[in-house]
Design a protein around this ligand. Sequence first.
Ligand code: FHN
Length: 440
Amino acid sequence: ALLLLMVHSFKLSAQLPVETPAQKKARLQWWTDARFGMFIHWGLYSLAARHEWVKNYERINDSTYQKYFDNYNPDLYNPEEWALKAKQAGMKYVVLTTKHHEGFCLWDSKYTDYKVTNTPYGKDLLKPFVEAFRRQGIRVGFYYSLIDWHHPDFTIDRVHPMRDNAAARKTNATRDMNKYRQYIKNQLTELLTNYGKIDELFLDFSYPGNDGKGHEDWDSENLLKLIRKLQPQIIVNDRLDLSNVPGGWDYQTPEQFMPQEWPTVNGVKVPWETCQTFSGSWGYYRDEYSWKSINQLVEMLIETTSKGGNLLLNVGPTARGVFDERADERLKGLGDWMKFNERSIYGCTQAPDSFAKPDNCLLTYNPKTNRLYIHVLQWPFKSLHLKGYAGKIRYAQLLNDASEVRFTTNTTPGSHTTENSGANDVILDLPVTKPNTVIP
Ligand code: FHN
């Protein structure tokens, strides 16, 4: 079995183009510098306003779900407005669901009738979307669901069988998964050919290590070869189940949780992007009340950067095509914080180990400017004690007004020390009142 696995793995890796670590680093440079993007989940489920999995959770069959198709008409859709809000929030790239599990396509695909151009809205949504975001200098990514609860040839998915789809189970034997695999290739060819340069592709989903067979479902290695042929610079996530194949993925996708440490593979830190929601639901969910505070969201962005990762923060527009006012409020709050603090996020990463993280603080570091950013999450009454920092920092200032922060070290002639500072510590004399930012 091991030999078989090795041969299989060699076969896959022999087919996929593999680049050097330096080449991959260069290809991902804009992305790792960007740190912060907007995820957008938008589809027929937005009319139900009860979660993007509403069809599955409520066991809605196709004929009942058809009412959302027949009434899809986002008359207030204005992607320029969306792009301006993303820009104001400090987001550098965007990823839009072109097709979610429901199978509904936001573009005029030649390969299905289950698309926006056949709804009352009647127009392609993607072209104005990519143009509006590019006008704001925001790079564009697509999300594409590998599972499809509507397509007649999709086998009942192994991870989340459609509970209500008894009819499908009966006809399961007649479903031709090879036809569905070709459907995926055809649609991704449309998406990666007709809308200019696409910077990120979020495929969904075979979780790495699910049952290890996801790549068979999707013919993943040939699909990825096609993707890289159409868009050689594109950054692809890890959900084709090619985790053990060199070149099989570009970044890891911890979802709705914060890794304790920078994720590694075989001891090597890898690129990663955590995708997160404002409220727990990806699609617009009107009656959900567990919305994260602005402080929580800002700390999430800082913590992600402090561990060398990216934050892809989701908005679920309503069926009329606008952002929920609760989302608007949080995007504005993030933007207010980013106005003073963006330089501690963009181009930053995990601080060198030589800087110990003080209690109630997070550290980010810009290797190009050699600047360390100390995010003080609980403002101390008077001073901040930095153990072992002596000789490592020359000047300190508050980010919100660039005012100098006086510091003393034992090695500075004439410096005074506090009762518990060590020979190599630095004491930052902080203003008693925290700066007027969203968080210290
Ligand atoms: O089932 C989807 C879910 O609806 C959402 O799209 C997330 C976003 O990463 N992906 C899947 C769950 O992992």
